[in-house]
Design a protein around this ligand. Sequence first.
Ligand SMILES: Nc1ncnc2c1ncn2[C@@H]1O[C@H](COP(=O)(O)OP(=O)(O)O)[C@@H](O)[C@H]1O
Ligand SMILES: [Mg+2]
Length: 306
Amino acid sequence: MKQQKILEVKNVSKTVQGKKIINDLSLSINKGEIMGLLGPNGAGKTTLIRILVGLISKDSGEVSINGYEIGSSFENAMSHVGVIVENPVLYDFMTGYENLIYFSTMSRESVDKQTITQLLKDVNLLEAANKKVKNYSLGMKQRLGIAQALLNNPVLLILDEPTNGLDPEGIKELRTFLRALVNKGASVLVSSHLLSEMELMCDRVAVVKKGEIKRVLNVSELTEQNKENKLNVTFYLENVKSASKYLSTSKYPIIESIENSNIVLNLYKQEIPKVIHLLSSNAVDIFEVNIHDKKLETKYMEIINQ
Ligand SMILES: Nc1ncnc2c1ncn2[C@@H]1O[C@H](COP(=O)(O)OP(=O)(O)O)[C@@H](O)[C@H]1O
Ligand SMILES: [Mg+2]
């Protein structure tokens, strides 16, 4: 079966003041995937996103969203998109709830109050719904922005550098939230200049350099483990001391540890469940396990430096 394309960009170019910012760029996103736009500052990520949502015009090429070309069917194309470019536009003097009510009146389709309450719940802001936005943290504002972008129930959510200004906990929440969203059938395009974030967040990553997509990397294929290779695996746990105690008498070497946060072990893939079992059977709670594979980083550096 042919994959359903939610976003299709074909040969798009844009020159600003004599400088080619986007150069014959093509990219597509399938239904239910998180695609990352990864590239250094100035690579053209924000410019591309602005083109995709019609904030600026393209000189040539085609952009289709959910089958609608933005040139000829702009309204239809946009009715399927939620977007935050740079920072969400929110009113500080209104509460989170009032902001969503206000923006819902501008949505093409009517949004009932129940949907707004559900959205606030989805982004974990129900308790703060009646607080003024000026008292929100950056992470809360970011989440309210996402709720706002989701008001029209988009099939494609586009977020430009959404992790900027978020703390690690906020970034992790965002990751979980986006994954839940795509599991319900939406697609996400997210930009970042940080490889480590893209690796954890995305299914595929498009590497952008000087307005061109140099390569589209499949994250799961890259992190697919080769049995002979050992991996650095980070275990996030509160009780690092007692974890270290149990592991010191095991055959699993600790290569790094940070008190009250995490330990890093060098393991074969098949050893990971064994370590999880060892720790949890000794009452050490594990909050998260991350595998770091240098393959993606190596590939990225190769592509960016070529
Ligand atoms: N309005 C503009 N006028 C002139 N140059 C611009 C304008 N917008 C972006 N640029 C240039 O386009 C390039 C890409 O910028 P941008 O899309 O913001 O990159 P990124 O988001 O990847 O950091 C940069 O070199 C920037 O200086
Ligand atoms: Mg940018």
